[in-house]
Design a protein around this ligand. Structure first.
Ligand SMILES: [Zn+2]
Length: 353
């Protein structure tokens, strides 16, 4: 029926002049979405054309809103959380997750809004989106490190060193993904996701699985005892953890399979295509993570009185170790994006598909 994300024997595309949209062949190849034939915005337009376009009928408006509305939700949620828990050390890792979540959703929304301006703006917009995915990863790892899976519990490495290693690893993986984009964005995305999963699995995967599988009663290994999460709360954490995995899996299946648009030419070009389902599934996964982490914060809050923990339970979380690690990853990954932008500007245009 089709090859390389394109339908064979496609009917001629009728431009939607009213909404200023064109067809697949009207835009550079790097902007082509698999199986999406219509709804492509014009290139080389002024900025306001692209801002206005998110309120119009085209193939990126849905991608914008499926991450921008979750951004608004998470922004108000974490601001509300800040007023509830305040500026206390034990909540800092939770806030790092909040900043990472909002930053990724915002970058993704704006990448979809502005990507159609030119070939270079498309590559740069999604390069920043990739960087935000990695910094979000660090924003997620900060609470895991301090709340549930401290690396030093397994290896002789402090939390700060482990997080710095992960931030540097993310920057290197990002650089490798950009290098792979010389062949195609598809291979860049595959490499990016692959390296991210490998890095996460090495640093945290075994700990997380051991923690949650033991809570579910599948092994006789004791759950992590470092932070005294009660069994009842631990059980709820497990539910949110597996809920998050389920949503991520659903999202990746949609993204990788291009369902439903691969089965019906043009029907899902504007609404209901796989990338929109992918966005919604990732937002749901973020919500499950956020609920999971908030449970830990509530648990710790109950043990925190007057700047100290009861039962000599001391958790050292400084601004530098938590939000600082997240900012370090922002600087490193965006420096890689900057180098990539310089490379594009030099005119050594990567081949894309
Ligand atoms: Zn997207």
């Amino acid at each position: 029926m089709e090859a390389n994300g394109q339908y064979a024997n496609s009917k001629p595309c009728h431009k939607n002049e009213k909404h200023g949209c064109g067809c697949r062949e009207d835009v550079p190849e790097v902007m082509h979405r698999p199986y999406v034939q219509t709804g492509y915005r014009r290139i080389d337009q002024p900025l306001y054309y692209y801002v206005k376009s998110v309120f119009q009928r085209n193939n990126e408006a849905g991608n914008f809103w499926t991450h921008f509305l979750p951004f608004l939700y998470f922004a108000q949620r974490y601001i509300r959380m800040y007023f509830i828990y305040g500026n206390v050390p034990y909540a800092l890792p939770f806030y790092a997750h909040g900043i990472g979540t909002c930053y990724l959703l915002l970058c993704s929304s704006f990448a979809h809004m502005l990507s159609a301006r030119s070939k270079t703006s498309c590559q740069c917009a999604f390069a920043i989106d990739f960087a935000a995915i990695y910094t979000y990863g660090v924003g997620m790892k900060v609470p895991l490190e301090f709340y549930l899976c401290p690396t030093q519990h397994y290896w002789d490495v402090s939390s700060s060193v482990a997080l710095t290693i992960f931030a540097v690893y993310c920057a290197c993986a990002l650089a490798a993904s950009f290098y792979a984009s010389e062949n195609s964005w598809k291979s860049a995305i595959a490499l990016s996701i692959g390296l991210y999963v490998v890095g996460t699995a090495i640093l945290y995967g075994s700990c997380m699985l051991r923690y949650f599988i033991s809570d579910a009663g599948f092994t006789s290994v004791e759950p992590m005892d470092t932070y005294h999460v009660s069994q009842a709360v631990g059980h709820h954490l497990s539910l949110h953890f597996f809920e998050q995995l389920l949503y991520l899996t659903i999202g990746l299946v949609f993204q990788a399979s291009n369902i439903p648009e691969r089965f019906s030419s043009r029907t899902f070009d504007i609404f209901g295509n796989s990338h929109q389902f992918f966005h919604l599934a990732t937002a749901m996964a973020m919500y499950a993570q956020s609920l999971m982490l908030e449970l830990v914060v509530i648990e710790i809050k109950g043990k925190y009185h007057g700047g100290h923990f009861l039962n000599d339970e001391l958790i050292s979380m400084s601004l530098g170790e938590t939000i600082g690690q997240f900012l370090l990853s922002i600087v490193l990954t965006h420096f890689v994006v900057y180098l990539y932008w310089l490379y594009l500007r030099k005119g050594e245009k990567p081949k894309t598909s």
